[in-house]
Design a binder for this molecule. Structure first.
Ligand SMILES: CC(C)(COP(=O)(O)OP(=O)(O)OC[C@H]1O[C@@H](n2cnc3c(N)ncnc32)[C@H](O)[C@@H]1OP(=O)(O)O)[C@@H](O)C(=O)NCCC(=O)NCCS
Length: 196
């Protein structure tokens, strides 16, 4: 089964809810300029252990408010290999009434080009359309993030410059994949069935 409770399974990686034990990995990831350059931080975020702890507390509070339905759910997840090695992170946020899921994904630079990013994204998309009633998935790569844009295009995302989400500043290029388009892409390409 590809989605069991808090675990979403791909073919190469799994996505699981972030835990406190993941803080050292996330600190390293966010401070790694090579990984962070394409999201605007070529020298990394420069976060300290103490700041990571504070982020964790805020994340827990946020999760609790989302669980009770008060705010948007921001499902922060760790992307890990089938052997349990953390290789990246993802954010899956959606507003209970909005019908739109917003995805974020980061694979640590040492692991680029191994198919992890595509597999993780594919699993998140499948999760969205097969296990929720959300109708649209959006991503927001920087205009010059060619690696990410190419990946999104291959999975069926289309530029959506006019899409404006309430309360969100448009920092890059909105790309969207609708439920209808997902079904079309699924029907014409083996992409979602596991082939590269
Ligand atoms: C974008 C990102 C998630 C891709 O992850 P990845 O694990 O390297 O991707 P994959 O190995 O699954 O490759 C998937 C596709 O990415 C693109 N890609 C991979 N390496 C690439 C490269 N060197 N140059 C251009 N495109 C590349 C290709 O389209 C590739 O498909 P292909 O193998 O059929 O050519 C990863 O580069 C990353 O985390 N970057 C930093 C953070 C970021 O930019 N996140 C996205 C914010 S919107």
């Amino acid at each position: 089964m590809e989605h069991q409770g808090d675990l979403t399974e791909g073919n190469l990686v799994n996505l699981r809810r972030t835990e406190e034990r993941d803080l050292p990995f996330l600190e390293k990831l966010w401070n790694d300029g090579r990984t962070m350059a394409s999201v605007g931080f070529p020298f990394g975020l420069g976060v300290t252990e103490e700041e990571m702890r504070r982020w964790w507390v805020r994340n827990e509070v946020r999760n609790e408010n989302a669980r009770l339905g008060f705010i948007e759910d921001v499902g922060h997840r760790i992307v890990e290999t089938k052997l349990g090695a953390a290789v990246g992170e993802s954010g899956f946020s959606h507003c209970p009434t909005g019908g739109v899921a917003s995805l974020e994904l980061k694979i640590q630079a040492d692991h680029w080009g191994k198919g992890y990013g595509r597999d993780a994204l594919r699993a998140l998309i499948r999760y969205t359309f097969d296990h929720t009633s959300l109708d649209l998935v959006v991503v927001e790569p920087a205009l010059d993030n060619h690696r990410a844009r190419k990946l999104y295009e291959k999975l069926g995302f289309e530029p959506s410059p006019r899409l404006v989400l309430a309360g969100r500043e448009n920092r890059g290029l909105f790309m969207a994949l609708s439920r209808v388009r997902y079904r079309e892409v699924q029907g014409t390409q083996p992409m979602f069935l596991g082939a590269r």
